[in-house]
Design a protein around this ligand. Sequence first.
Ligand code: MLT
Length: 391
Amino acid sequence: MVCRNRSFAQHKSDYLFYEIAQKKEHLQKQEPRAKLINLGIGDTTEPLCLPVTAGLVKQAEALGTRGGYRGYPSSFGDKKLRDTIAQKLYQGNVCADDIFISDGAKCDVGRLQHLFGPDTTIAIQDPSYPVYEHTSYLSGKAGRVDRLQMDPENNFFPKLTAADVIYICSPNNPTGVAYNREQLKQLVDFCKKNGSILIFDAAYFSYIRGDDFPRSIYEIEGAQEVAIEINSFSKVAGFTGIRVGWSVVPQTLCFDDGSSVQADWKKIVTTFFNGVSHLSQAAAMAALSDEGLQCAKEQCDYYLNNCRLLRDFFLERKFRVFGGVHAPYLWIDLDGKKSWEIFDYLLQKAHIITTPGVGFGAAGEGYLRISGFCSRLDVTSAIQRMSATSL
Ligand code: MLT
């Protein structure tokens, strides 16, 4: 008999969105006619932008020709795509050779764990996107994970404690707030002083409006020496199903013995990954064209407008509401009620799927996350249905 991997035995909970999907299936079995509205997982709903569709078609046709056929993609991504990301999204703040194209931020969060041995200490925001914690546990770091408490009084910016690796997400999932320049400078300085590596998740950067909040950690001086940034086209270009993301692993980032983090990252990428499909990379290139960027901005505005309508509803009902202005998520204070209790109530009474705050960590108890990723029709129906409840 094979001994079970101890890391899995130590990690009891299921992945949050899998658990929610099971509850949804259960309800559908009980009430097959129920028309569910999904304000739970942050999954895009609007059709692809025209330039993206055109890019996909063109690439598909090229692959069907002798001259245009290509086999395995490069493990690090097409040079042209890396150059375009460096220019258009980082305005030259980041060098193309430090950008690694991936099949999504979540997949990179998992692969990044291979950079760090089982003795590495980890600090994760509480609440936070569950994948940072799950991948830490599954890669043998249970018992080495510290949760950084966040509360509304400090705009959900965590109280920092020293750890080898610190995960921070801004604009933040799940609280929907964005951190300002001063807060991010404090973070970079803290990592520098303590010799920590910062893993900065910027997957929602395109929802930031105005100039008060940095869109990348590399807008902060010194970040190139401490930070890896993970990112994705899923929420930026509105295509979660196409699967393209990227990570920035700067050449200037080193381990304590002076060795290069990027060199080890290249080993991981070339060993575990065979590159992103040519079709997906063509979609990403098209999303970065002038028309593609304009259309992506309009889509982000659409989802932010959904948030505004939902926010107004909750404010009218006298809830404390956070987020939804620079991020596509609302974080609702349930005024003493339990997260799963309200989740179940809305599912049963209004057939609306939400995300219980406690699923993102103990500090999320008493909150509910509402996603703005849905159609306008679903938003207005959800508001009507919620108005008819005793929420
Ligand atoms: C979320 O809803 O937090 C995310 O969309 C889930 C994901 O990106 O994996």
